[in-house]
Design a protein. Sequence first.
Length: 388
Amino acid sequence: MCSGFVDRRLFIKLGTVSTLAAGLGIAGWRRAFSANAVLGPSPYGPLGSPDANGVALPAGFSARLLATTGQTVAGTTYPWHGQPDGGSCFADPAGGGWVYVSNSELNGRNGGAGALKFRADGSVASAYAILGGTKWNCAGGATPWRTWLSCEEHRAGYVWECDPYAPGQGTALPALGKFPHEAAVVDTDTGYVYLTEDDYESRLYRFRPEVWGNLSTGVLEAAALQSNGTIAWIAVRPDRPYRGKDTTPFARGEGAWFADGIVYFCTTADHRVWAHDVQAGTLEVIYDAVTLGSAAPLREPDNVTVDRRTGDIYVAEDDDDLQLVLLADGQGQRIAAPFLQLTGHAGSEIAGPAFSPDGTRLYFSSQRGRDRKNGMTFEITGPFRTQP
């Protein structure tokens, strides 16, 4: 828990949260930071030239193309799904490797989620579907009991709980709400689920299960920001999106990640990244493109992940210039700088960033690839730092 505190006012402007920072206690950073990220050089240096697949990275890093939509993953019988989106990694105690799961944001009943299972040496052992017959599966989140929560992004959408370790079909969780879900991340201590909603009048939700690890019953709540910078939680019905004026609207809540007691989440329409300290109950803006001006490297933030070894945050762009932007520890400040950029992928978006359990490999997808149709899923390796 950091010892520094920043006191600010919060207010609502034009129907969305405009400015907020209060009571900072960001455990993941282990020290006090400025409320908003600043521009600066990446600890990995500038981006180099793009490779044959259009992936530009800092010196020493390389990208391996693992899967392409419609093509069978090498060494398996699984044709990679369309529009790969949110993802996460799971350690595989049985085999000593890990699993990377990836949603499919296809329409109709063509969505779902797939998985790549890796051996301990990083080679692909198998690939398979873990959810099917759903619609617009966007982001989601890993649970501490090692399941994947896959979120449907439409007004009647549900969260589905899936087993990442073997082919199968997920289970719908109506108690977590019926609305255009984006992400669902779990507090590892309490088992509470924090959910974002992709809508211009979206809400930030919290689900409190009756029993830790069982998401079938519990209480769904929506966030109401208080004048002291804390969140009050209002119980709401799970059968529709909540729009009561006793709660706070956000400008398109999208990707989220839980790390070290913090829920990080993005609001795409106002180009912000937020941090909610679940123990202190506070909320702050940790990145604001409007404040940084025209030089801001991150716009339309979407999926997000955290390198647990360093506290570095990696945020994917929904559009803009297709960068994966690093919010890095910069000796008392968060430094915002590009880590990766796609070229020749116009019409796509960066999706699903997630580290392998040991932190040495980073996975992500170009959702529609270079032909605006077929997604491409990559693995990044290189000299990732192990300390801030």
